[in-house]
Design a protein around this ligand. Structure first.
Ligand code: GCB
Length: 624
């Protein structure tokens, strides 16, 4: 556990940390904690249930300056500038030199929001953009204030009143920077520089099949907490039974021996624990009359977590998820995961999804399709989406952006992937909807890749032993036999596989003569299949890009899937068309991946209804 707490203090990418990283490459093999523990700078931290705390929103219009050469931060030899744009200076009479930027006259960008869909000139932009916002603040005495950032893609730097407060890497996880020391009573300003430049040693790496939407694309706020406060907690139903709720609460900067309480008023249950040296208090309580969370009955309980001066109220569902042989068991009973894959692309307006309405529209479509499951690809979606899934009764596959060919033999990349995995799990661990942590998508079967993802899988299990570990694997073929024997399968509880029979290979009918040989006696989820169609384009079953062609793929796939005895779920690719730079075909794709069952403008294609019927009539998948 210690590794987890300390690793989060590490701020990848700064000049200081670059030096640490060079050292860490060596130290990592000796002691994975030594370098992190010796790093004195407070990095961003995870706060579980941050969205349940009273907050001062900093959403709205921020001044924005496009800085393609990052000249506001780095001088020509790439040293961090002492007088960078984070100072938010204004030209004054008598200045001895010019000030070549001015936030007060700069155009604005909306936060939350990706920049690409807000200004035409930024549509393809990849690079740094500076953000600035003025705000007034009156902190209560004896409290600590965190700048909460829902996500910033990809590498972000933050300053309050000209002083650096943190730096963060990774575009899809929430983080919190301690700004207590920098805040003043009254007028303040915050400056952020967000850089979405792709780098080979990033997670994800240079190539993805989705838009690299940049900026402060999720909400930003200030959260005030007592000096010693509950930064993380885990409240779950014990596996293998239905009447013990257990978990732990971590109180940051508490004295060992701090009393912790977890109360579920509706169940008249109250547990107590006491923090140890590591700030963690374990608890366990017997409950009776619990309604377990399930897609049919997504019951959520109000849970009050208290420690010293601090308290958080969360809304938590209780269920167990396990495997037995090739079965997936939800609350001890076999379940088939009728799903669909979803990108965090905003319906109707495109861009990054980040509102309650976006979540309810996307998940509402999944419900209409007959789903009890969604694969939230290919990175952690926002907490709004998970709250909606909890409420609406959809099981979730949540994914780390270890996508395609990362630099798997680079220890720096492993540190980055681990940091994002830690943030994902520690932020989202109380969402009943999440049943699967996915480590990766379609990674090449090499020894370096396998070692990398095995390390991640062990880490995920140590952080959260209550959920199932999966990954979407590539499949090999021998004639018409598909073989699933990727070595990584050994490290997984549930095997995910992607295939595109009828689209990238062969014809839709080839599915009828395809057999599957699976080396693992474990549950299998067909985590992707499908094909592209432009909504409203019609033709014959063999005419690519028509709705008829896509529907034909689905018809043949469903027959094939029913012949895989250990199939326990599916999440075809995908619910809605989404933007991708790899898809320029004029008049058809226009930079959209068109494999959606629904267009980006909400038009349902024929394949939607084929799948809907199969889900509703239960003609696909094992009957539960
Ligand atoms: C895949 C990827 C997914 C792509 C999809 C496609 O295998 O996992 O990210 O978008 O195929 O459309 O090619």
């Amino acid at each position: 556990m210690l590794q987890g707490w300390n690793a989060r203090r590490f701020v990848p990418g700064s000049l200081r940390s670059r030096v640490v990283l060079i050292a860490s490459g060596f130290l990592l093999s000796v002691s994975p904690v030594a370098w992190a523990a010796s790093d004195p700078a407070p990095g961003p931290i995870v706060i579980t249930g941050a969205d349940r705390r009273p907050a001062t929103s900093l959403d709205g219009e921020w001044a924005a300056i496009v800085d393609p050469y990052f000249s506001g931060l780095f001088s020509f030899h790439h040293e961090e500038k002492a007088n960078g744009w984070f100072l938010n200076q204004k030209a004054k009479p008598g200045d001895t030199g010019p000030t070549e930027y001015d936030f007060s006259t700069a155009p604005k960008l909306k936060v939350p929001g990706d920049w690409n869909t807000q200004r035409e000139s930024l549509f393809f932009y990849e690079g740094p953009i500076w953000y600035e916002r003025d705000f007034t603040y009156q902190a209560k005495g004896d409290s600590r204030v965190y700048l909460h950032v829902g996500a910033a893609n990809y590498h972000s730097y933050f300053w309050v009143n000209g002083k650096k407060v943190c730096e963060h890497e990774g575009g899809y996880t929430a983080f919190n920077c301690d700004v207590t020391a920098e805040l003043q009573a009254g007028a303040n300003f915050v400056v952020a520089a967000v850089d979405n430049t792709r780098h080979e040693d990033n997670v994800p790496t240079l190539e993805t099949d989705w838009w690299n939407y940049g900026g402060l694309h999720r909400s930003v706020s200030l959260i005030e907490v007592p000096d010693a406060f509950i930064d993380q907690y885990d409240v779950h139903l014990k596996r293998g039974e239905g009447s013990t709720i257990e978990g732990w609460v971590h109180v940051r900067d508490s004295q060992p021996g701090t009393k912790v309480e977890v109360e579920i008023p509706e169940l008249a249950a109250k547990a107590e624990g006491v923090t140890g040296e590591d700030g963690k208090a374990a608890f366990s309580v017997q409950v009776s009359g619990l309604s377990r969370w399930s897609p049919e009955s997504p019951k959520l309980y109000k849970v009050e977590v208290r420690a010293g001066q601090d308290s958080v109220d969360d809304l938590i569902g209780f269920r167990t998820i396990e495997t037995r042989g090739t079965e997936i068991l939800l609350n001890g009973k076999p379940v088939f995961l009728r799903g669909v894959s979803i990108h965090a692309e905003a319906p109707y307006r495109t861009g990054r999804a980040n509102t309650e309405k976006d979540a309810e529209t996307l998940l509402g479509w999944a419900k209409e399709l007959g789903c009890n499951f969604v694969r939230l690809a290919h990175y952690p979606h926002d907490e709004t989406m998970l709250r909606a899934a909890d409420r609406m009764g959809l099981m979730v596959w949540s994914e780390n952006p270890v996508y395609w060919a990362l630099e798997f033999d680079n220890p720096k990349v492993l540190v980055k992937a681990e940091q994002q995995l830690d943030e994902e799990i520690n932020t989202y661990r109380n969402h009943a909807s999440i049943v699967l942590w996915s480590m990766a998508n379609e990674t090449p079967n090499t020894p370096a890749r396998t070692a990398f993802i095995e390390t991640e899988a062990s880490r995920a299990r140590a952080l959260d032993p209550t959920r199932l570990i999966t990954a979407a694997l590539l499949v090999r073929a021998q004639g018409h036999t598909k073989i699933v024997d990727d070595k990584l399968g050994e490290a997984l509880d549930v095997i995910g596989t992607n295939e595109y029979i009828g689209w990238y290979e062969q014809h839709p009918e080839t599915a009828d003569v395809t057999d599957w040989r699976i080396a693992y006696q474990k549950p299998l989820i067909m985590s992707e299949f499908g094909g592209g169609a432009k909504a409203g384009l019609h033709g014959g079953e063999n005419d690519r890009w028509t709705e008829e062609y896509q529907a034909n793929i689905y018809r043949h796939q469903l027959g094939m899937l029913n012949r895989i005895p250990q199939l326990r779920g599916m999440s075809p690719w995908c619910l809605m068309d989404f933007r991708s730079p790899n898809r320029p075909l004029t008049g058809i794709q226009d930079y959209f991946n068109r494999k959606g069952l629904i267009s980006d403008q909400g038009v349902k294609k024929q394949a939607f209804f084929i799948l809907q019927k199969a889900y509703k009539d239960r003609t696909v998948g094992k009957a539960e």
